[in-house]
Design a protein around this ligand. Structure first.
Ligand code: FE2
Ligand code: FE2
Length: 397
């Protein structure tokens, strides 16, 4: 009797993290073989999947030298979770005398529940549930109580290699060397699987939507819209502005502990003012997160995210656009917003100066510390403003 793992995934695309996970599972649980079953149901319900043929071909390339990994060719790729039950039954018929172990990631637990609703899956398979964090482990433990000993939880370290990361790299025209099997990378480039027009914004849009509440995501959409409009007026890259806008608050709903972990893992030391201002942590952590976990390479975008709360001296026009877009997006309702919207269209620096004054005043009223970069930016804008007035006055004289 052999032990066979059945790994259900979208594999969009298959990457080294999958391979590492499967190898570890094989060793840890003594599996003789792992069948890869391609699904059309993703943990991200908005994910747009390329053709199953492309994903299957990439899986074949990635596993071609691994005897113990096999692609299971179901006649149809399944879109409905109930079909997993039928697929498992078919696999069981093929490997009648072997032990079957269905491998599911925590994010796809819905498979387990739907599968169980179709019949007693445990008659022919046990479940291996993969979790990537202590929170997932604790939550999974509660959820599987009703299944008794038929479900085994296996914890793995979360790797920063993900299909999303690979897709975002490809959409930027960057290599995924070290993250994907080189033949898979060649296949992607030859067939243009993740390089369609607008792919980068669509991926960033989904990344933001999957991590944020509806309210926060709506805000990001509106900031993206405002940023695009300002970029058009001030002749900056509209697509980049839209991307920075949609990503600028991507980690805003993470708790303080997680934000500090992202910052510290990167070796960044917070200054005393930064330590005492948790509201700016999401900007620092956001820039790190976008680079490390989403594979965003544009320093312009990363800096715009980094400085969207504090501003800084010598801000680029692009950074000013994202800062102001965040202040004047359609969801903002403060008293001076309409004035600031008009100002932003005619004079970006004046709009920035105007908002910095408001922001500094509010911080003072609340006895909050002010980041030195904010003061530097304010001083520079004041200086430039006075200089400009003087020049204009000289001209009039
Ligand atoms: Fe923010
Ligand atoms: Fe924001």
């Amino acid at each position: 009797m052999s032990n066979i793992g059945v790994f259900i995934q979208v594999f969009n695309p298959i990457h080294n993290g999958h391979m590492l996970l499967m190898n570890k599972l094989k060793d840890k649980l003594g599996l003789d073989k792992i069948l890869l079953v391609l699904s059309n149901i993703s943990r991200n319900k908005y994910e747009q999947l390329p053709l199953i043929e492309d994903r299957r071909n990439m899986c074949r390339l990635a596993t071609k030298n691994c005897e113990r990994f096999e692609i299971y060719d179901s006649e149809k790729n399944f879109k409905d979770s109930g079909q997993i039950f039928n697929i498992l039954q078919k696999i069981k018929n093929k490997f009648y005398f072997d032990g079957l172990h269905l491998i599911i990631e925590y994010g796809l637990m819905i498979f387990l529940n739907l599968c169980y609703a179709c019949g007693n899956i445990f008659n022919f398979a046990s479940i291996i549930l993969i979790v990537f964090s202590q929170e997932e482990y604790l939550s999974a433990k509660k959820k599987i109580k009703k299944f008794g000993k038929n479900v085994v939880i296996v914890k793995f370290e979360m790797s920063n290699i993900s299909s999303e990361y690979a897709r975002i790299r490809f959409a930027q025209g960057l290599s995924c060397f070290g993250y994907l099997n080189s033949d898979v990378e060649k296949y992607v480039l030859k067939n243009g699987v993740y390089c369609q027009k607008g792919a980068l914004f669509r991926e960033c849009f989904d990344a933001s939507r999957n991590r944020l509440s509806v309210k926060r995501f709506t805000h990001c959409q509106m900031v993206a819209k405002a940023a695009k409009g300002l970029a058009k007026i001030y002749h900056e890259d509209e697509k980049k502005a839209e991307i920075a806008g949609i990503l600028h608050d991507i980690v805003k709903e993470k708790d303080k502990k997680s934000l500090l972990r992202i910052i510290q893992d990167e070796g960044k030391v917070l200054s005393p003012v930064e330590k005492s201002s948790p509201k700016i942590w999401h900007a620092i952590a956001g820039a790190i997160y976008c680079k490390k976990w989403l594979g965003i390479e544009s320093q312009e975008i990363l800096n715009a995210i980094l400085y969207h709360t504090t501003a800084r001296e010598n801000m680029t026009k692009f950074e000013k656009i994202i800062y102001i877009a965040d202040c004047i997006s359609d969801d903002r309702k403060y008293g001076e917003v309409d004035f600031e919207r008009k100002l932003a269209k005619s004079d970006l620096d004046m709009a920035l100066l105007f908002h910095l004054k408001l922001s500094i005043k509010q911080l003072c009223e609340k006895n909050c510390s002010i980041h030195p970069a904010t003061i530097d930016c304010y001083n520079q804008l004041c200086h430039n403003f006075k200089k400009k007035c003087k020049e204009q006055g000289d001209k009039l004289e």
